[in-house]
Ligand binder design. Structure first.
Ligand code: DAH
Length: 342
């Protein structure tokens, strides 16, 4: 084919291209590496020098013209208004395609709700390490190593790589955050630490080796159990969206005196007794109390001047009660039948 026929043919096809895809095909056909123009250049090698020069120059001109035309057409096509899209391409009556989006775990949503509530009443939200030392997890909280309370918290001990006198472990509760915070801050203050804790435990419907707590600590001059009760009752009312029956009873924790346990009426059976609450009608939700003077001391706070309350809420339990979940293992099961309900 001579160069002028190539040009004419190409221009016709550029004009006729209906969309960018078609235009690209035209580009390939004429200007691509194996396109007509390249072919033409290759065919010149057999011509005498003079002819080769003339034809080569022509071909270069044609190439430029075509490139320009394609560029112009590309600009037009990419601005092609929506209305011009052929009817067949867009059928607004077709049902849409369902897009399945993932979402966060119910535990994460619940944690955020807890944070929102406590922020709204002036608590600061803090973090604390998941890998702790024996000192912060136990000793500083008034649990020396001969103390029987250590037995109630089966611990994942970690192997120390370097020689150090601190023994490392995975925190068994969020309470060490109390000491860490007190060491660096002067009262009055109020804080919560939401976080993950670990226990070396046999796993069953109500026990996981890994679960979540929310630690609370408020230290001030005249602060007492009435304040603690007010805060927790209001939090639970917010979290459940209604009044829930609570039971406050004495409890023992080495880091508080007096210590309390807060039970919630089992929401699965409304207190009648069922396997979830082991037929007790109530389920333990939190430990709490007035911070023990030794703990204040260990945090560098003078217990003759300051006092405070502390609590540790079980987040998983809270969520289980609110959503009628009877097995804690479901949270980490990855079972979509469970996950997608929230
Ligand atoms: N740390 C305790 C536990 O994990 C819970 C607890 C009890 C926290 C009493 C507190 C408290 O702050 O005052 O079993």
């Amino acid at each position: 084919m001579d160069i002028l026929s190539i040009q004419q043919q190409a221009e016709k096809e550029i004009k006729g291209a209906n969309d960018l895809k078609e235009l690209n095909l035209v580009f390939e056909k004429y200007l691509g590496r194996k396109g007509e123009i390249s072919k033409f250049f290759r065919s010149l090698k057999d011509l005498p020098l003079e002819q080769r020069k003339i034809q080569g120059k022509k071909a270069n001109q044609v190439k430029e013209v075509l490139e320009k035309k394609i560029q112009e057409k590309r600009t037009i096509l990419s601005k092609k208004p929506f209305q011009e899209i052929k009817r067949a391409e867009l059928d607004v009556t077709q049902p849409g395609e369902r897009i399945n989006l993932g979402h966060l775990s119910i535990l994460t949503y619940a944690k955020r709700e807890v944070i929102d509530f406590f922020k709204s009443i002036g608590f600061e939200i803090i973090e604390s390490p998941e890998v702790e030392t024996e000192y912060y997890n136990f000793d500083a909280l008034n649990i020396p190593d001969y103390h029987p309370a250590r037995d109630s918290m089966d611990t994942f001990w970690l192997k120390n790589k370097e020689k150090s006198k601190d023994k490392f472990l995975l925190r068994t509760h969020t309470s060490p955050s109390q000491i860490r915070y007190m060491e660096k801050h002067k009262p009055p203050f109020r804080v919560i630490t939401p976080g993950r804790v670990f226990r070396y435990e046999a796993i069953d419907a109500s026990h996981e080796a890994q679960f979540y707590q929310v630690e609370g600590l408020a230290v001030s001059k005249d602060i007492g159990l009435a304040n603690l009760r007010y805060v927790l009752e209001n939090f639970l009312k917010y979290f459940f969206g209604r009044e829930v029956n609570l039971r406050w009873r004495p409890g023992y924790f080495p880091f508080v005196e007096p210590g309390l346990e807060v039970d919630i009426e089992c929401q699965v059976c409304q207190g009648k007794g069922c396997p979830t609450c082991k037929y007790a009608g109530f389920i333990e939700l939190a430990g709490a109390g007035m911070v023990h003077p030794n703990v204040l001391k260990n945090g560098g706070i003078n217990p003759y001047k300051w006092q405070g309350f502390a609590f540790g809420l079980g987040l998983d339990r809270l969520v289980m009660m609110r959503h009628n979940i009877n097995d804690i293992r479901l949270f980490h099961s990855g079972d979509l039948r469970f996950m997608s309900q929230f």
